[in-house]
Design a protein around this ligand. Structure first.
Ligand SMILES: Nc1nc2c(c(=O)[nH]1)N(C=O)[C@@H](CNc1ccc(C(=O)N[C@@H](CCC(=O)O)C(=O)O)cc1)CN2
Ligand SMILES: Nc1nc2c(ncn2[C@@H]2O[C@H](COP(=O)(O)OP(=O)(O)OP(=O)(O)O)[C@@H](O)[C@H]2O)c(=O)[nH]1
Ligand SMILES: [Mg+2]
Length: 456
């Protein structure tokens, strides 16, 4: 096991935001540093691992910083497999900073982003797919995204990759035994085993790749973009769907200046609902930027809700918004049905349309059903059951594994000397192993861990 000589420290909680704050240390001197600064209310001769002790934490100079609870988790039974210490203090920013400073003073070093998880990976407690799952869990903004990430942390990917690697290694040892006896022809039974086994592995990879898009949906949600000219009720629609006053609503056109995104689940489908700045010709640079952002989101939207004010005749600005979403899956939302209605021009009636009043809520269930129906094709089956791979890096490894396996098959059927198919199998194994980080180059590892926040 690789142990780092340095002991690191960082705040593990959002500083200044909670009732309790946690300062965490990892490394060989973690407990010695605690001994220098922590004084238990009921001193014991031998501190037990994994037990919380109440006491006071002092600055290196001696004055008490806070009343805290402290825990030691001795190696290797800790998150990093090193000695870990946690100090649970009051959540104030000043206190947390003083405690971190005190540990720096006695010799700890500030942790880099993701360094705790990186040590957990380097010490073999987590493989790379599990370490990545830790970031995904923190970043997850919907329950479904959290579920995929948790399954990954639990080792779902690790087990599948390990099993596939075993089968590849088995294939390789068969092929290598042929290398040792080059003069003998490959027996028919042997040949068909190699053929069938590689075909079955390829089918499994295809299956994972097919469900990859589901993984994206579970992680990110299908995006539903709310578009329309100013003041038609886009933000009111966002609030109505979410059931809370998330976005500011006023009768002043141009209220929403930037895009607002919220996750929610509709009919079992995870959605990312995006409210945008009203589309119109404008000179105000802030508004122009907001409109540009709205338009940029159009191309990546899975569905556009084009909102118009049904109580007014449609005008050139409405047409501007309509043009922005031509070519994309669009549902026309004719809002403000509580007011006397103006009629829709003929060229608008081709779009699927829902009549709605954000004020009274009339038409809401129809709107919900229409959204689910329009998006339904993108989602089949029980998402959580099917999804294994949802990370682009993993997909890339799977694609390269597939390429190598296909080259293996051609080398086999062309009757090439066994070294050639063996070479392809080794490449397939390497590509697959990158998912777990076993063959992943250092620069890629650094990039992955630098995406973490400090303290993780
Ligand atoms: N206070 C606190 N909460 C936390 C964490 C933490 O580090 N500290 N975690 C950090 O991400 C997560 C929990 N993950 C953890 C995973 C393993 C171990 C650990 O000590 N594992 C030992 C077995 C412990 C035992 O024997 O009970 C091991 O694997 O050997 C700790 C936390 C979320 N909650
Ligand atoms: N009568 C009526 N008024 C509505 C309805 N929906 C929204 N409004 C009103 O229309 C005005 C504009 O609503 P917003 O939701 O801010 O409109 P918006 O499209 O987000 O506007 P911008 O952010 O400026 O582009 C507000 O005064 C709302 O109260 C509705 O169904 N009926
Ligand atoms: Mg708005």
């Amino acid at each position: 096991m690789m142990r780092s000589a340095e002991t690191i420290v960082a705040v593990a909680t959002a500083p200044g935001e909670g009732a309790i704050g946690i300062v965490r240390l990892s490394g060989p001197s973690a407990e010695a540093y605690l001994d220098q600064l922590f004084c238990a209310v009921r001193p014991t001769l031998k501190r037990l691992s994994h037990r919380l002790y109440l006491g006071h934490l002092r600055a290196a100079g001696g004055q008490i910083i806070d009343e805290v609870m402290a825990v030691v988790m001795r190696a290797p039974h800790s998150f990093t497999r090193e000695d870990v210490v946690e100090v649970h203090c009051h959540g104030g920013m000043v206190i947390i900073r003083q405690i971190v400073d005190a540990f720096l003073e006695v010799g700890a070093r500030l942790a880099r982003p993701g360094e705790f998880t990186q040590r957990s990976f380097l010490n073999g407690r987590l493989d790379l797919s599990q370490a990545e799952a830790v970031i995904d869990i923190i970043r997850a903004r919907s329950e479904s995204a959290g579920r995929v990430a948790l399954a990954q942390l639990d080792g779902r990917i690790s087990r599948i990759v390990a099993e596939m690697s075993d089968r590849l290694a088995d294939l390789l040892s068969h092929v290598e035994s042929l290398v040792d006896f080059p003069e003998e022809d490959i027996e028919f039974a042997e040949f068909s085993f190699l053929e069938e086994e590689s075909r079955s592995l390829l089918a499994q990879i295809e299956d994972f790749l097919e469900h990859f898009d589901m993984g994206r949906i579970m992680r990110e949600g299908l995006s539903v973009l709310i578009l329309g000219k100013p003041n038609v009720g886009k933000s009111s629609l966002l609030n109505l769907l979410l059931g809370e006053s998330r976005a500011i609503v006023t009768d002043i056109p141009g209220t929403t200046r930037d895009t607002i995104e919220e996750n929610f689940v509709l009919g079992g489908i995870p959605l990312r609902l995006i409210d945008t700045a009203g589309v119109r010709d404008s000179d105000d640079p802030v508004e122009v930027e907001g409109i540009a952002r709205a338009r940029a989101k159009v191309a990546s939207a899975d569905l556009i809700l084009l909102v118009v004010d049904g109580s007014r005749p449609l005008d050139e600005q409405d047409r501007l918004a309509l043009r922005a979403c031509s070519d994309y899956k669009t549902l026309l939302v004719c809002n403000k049905t509580d007011l006397p209605q103006s009629s829709l021009p003929h060229d608008w009636t081709a779009l699927p349309t829902v009549f709605l009043s954000c004020r009274s809520g009339d038409g809401l269930s129809l709107l919900r059903n229409s959204i689910v129906t329009l998006l339904g094709g993108s989602v089949q089956g029980d998402l959580a059951q099917e999804v294994v791979f949802s990370d682009r890096r993993h997909r890339d490894s799977l694609l390269r594994t597939r390429e190598s396996l296909m080259r293996f098959q051609s080398a086999l059927s062309e009757g090439l000397s066994p070294e050639f198919p063996a070479l392809e199998l080794r490449e397939a194994l390497d590509a697959l192993a990158e998912i777990l980080g076993k063959t992943t180059p250092d620069d890629i590892l650094d990039r992955i861990f630098s995406r973490f926040c400090i303290g993780k």
